[in-house]
Design a protein around this ligand. Sequence first.
Ligand SMILES: Nc1ncnc2c1ncn2[C@@H]1O[C@H](COP(=O)(O)OP(=O)(O)OP(=O)(O)O)[C@@H](O)[C@H]1O
Length: 610
Amino acid sequence: MVFPRRGARAPRTTAHTGTGLLLGAARHSAGRTTAVFVCSAASAGASLALPAVLGRTLDLSLGGADGAGFWPVLCIGLIGAEVLLDALEALLSGVASARATAWLRLRALTGLLGAPPDRAARLTPGDLATRLSANATEAGTAPVSAAALAASLLAPAGAVVALFLIDLWTAVAFLAGVPLLALVVRAFARGTSDSVARYQAVQSVIASRLVEVMDGARTVAAAGTAERERDRILAPLPELAVQGRRMWQVHGRAVARGGVLMPLLTTGVLAVGGVALAAGRISVGELLAASRYATLAAGIGAGAGLVGSLVRSRSAARRTAALAGLAPMAYGTARLPADGPGRLELRGVRVVRDGRPLLTGVDLTIPGGVSAAVVGRSGAGKSTLAAVAGRLTDPDAGRVLLDGVPLESVAYGPLRREVGYAFERPVLFGDTIGEALAAGPDRASPGRIRSAARAASADAFVRLLPRGYDTPPGEAPLSGGELQRLGLARAFAHAGRLLILDDATSSLDTVTERQVERALARDVRAGTRLVIAHRLSSAVRADLVVWLEEGRVRAVGTHAELWRLPAYRAVFAAREAETPASETATPTAEAAAPTAAGLPGRLAHGEPGR
Ligand SMILES: Nc1ncnc2c1ncn2[C@@H]1O[C@H](COP(=O)(O)OP(=O)(O)OP(=O)(O)O)[C@@H](O)[C@H]1O
């Protein structure tokens, strides 16, 4: 997969529009699509030649001419060629559509994974699955449908020319009805477009609700709301049925109108041809050919099906394009200084989402090698700060610098090597637990994985699993705390100069948390730690505490300094009620004293005790 990594500007294509995406898919599958067109055109050529050859064969047979044997053989040859070409066309169509679909999926996935996670997360998993599967498949058929539509016009066009050649008036009789056919196709395309878009949107709603409920299966079971959820998932079905019926009604009307119009056209041509035969302008064989050509020319109405398919593809492509067109994160080419200690600076950082400021005027310096805890009430903006600090998202204003280098100018690889994350709910990717822990900017060796797992207190329970580190994550019955420890192990195995733990120890008991903290200080690469924490103990042991309130830094200092402020103590009040007295006791100045040199020893934002 190719991610935009270099230069301030990420490559933008027309992939953000449905038509642009379809043109890209068409270019990508151009070779095979052209082959489909050639097969269709050759098959149309065989269809066109057949009536003339049949007519000639009939005339020669009626006239008892010598050498008539050649013509029946030619007839059989043409029929055989048509069958073979149709089979080849079907095969090539499948391959070309699969290739176009694969390209569309790759573009959509690249857009999805290249965008900042908080932007991509706006689409629900079910909706994403629909856009990447059903919608991409439908959009992928567009190049072949377009080629087939173009080829399908060849036989009718050739048939009209043949009618001209046989007798001018037979062609005129046919052309008189063509405007009516055009009206039928136009009405069909218009009527289909709206209901198809609505149908696809409703499909996506059902998929979204289903995935949502599967994700929360335990909540549903515990709340006893299975029936309610079933009804909620299926609630859009009547709307789906309405749109489905509308599509079929439009299709049915087009078929009915075409069904009346086409025999009328054929009959008209035959009547005019009969007059021409009576007048001696054409032979019996030519009349036979004219009737076949009239049928072929009337086949222009079959293009309506392909027009419908193109309309569906375009609507599906618009939905896939919403992923491909997500604004990617652009990376620069700068490197971080080799011996940088991991000094983190946020200057005037502002983050706005949905018009709401989540962080405002954040100015913060975390000296290299320091362990900083970020505390604040729920919703204060701690995770947003964590995301900005390691460039999982970009601020709308202000800058973030690591060892003096603005994060947005650092190249993708070096950035991900030097900034690590562990989350509250880690997800393990890989066929085995060992693989999941090894995966990172650089593949970690088994020795490093073991040592990281030991530091995260995960090694012991992993070794007790039936296949140890070779156990597939899906087969390991992991508790929330065990999963968090694996997330920590993965982060430790790839630790760079800045490690961000976003509520990554919330499910650990206090004893294990303490063990992990000690091992982190002793056995993991030294560097700056930014720890998003709810627990008092985390703030107590941090060198520095950043206190966030409603998206602003209210104060920065040591925990002992901040503890003098009642409003700061109130941040932990709710937790104090839940946690043991040993953990919540007011820390002594020694216990909370900063350990790193050069810390700001006083409150960054003075606050009178209240
Ligand atoms: N992508 C987003 N779009 C819109 N609002 C968001 C987005 N991400 C977070 N928010 C909102 O921003 C606020 C801060 O969220 P954030 O997760 O940073 O808080 P937090 O301090 O980490 O909370 P908690 O301690 O409960 O995890 C919340 O009200 C949240 O709903």
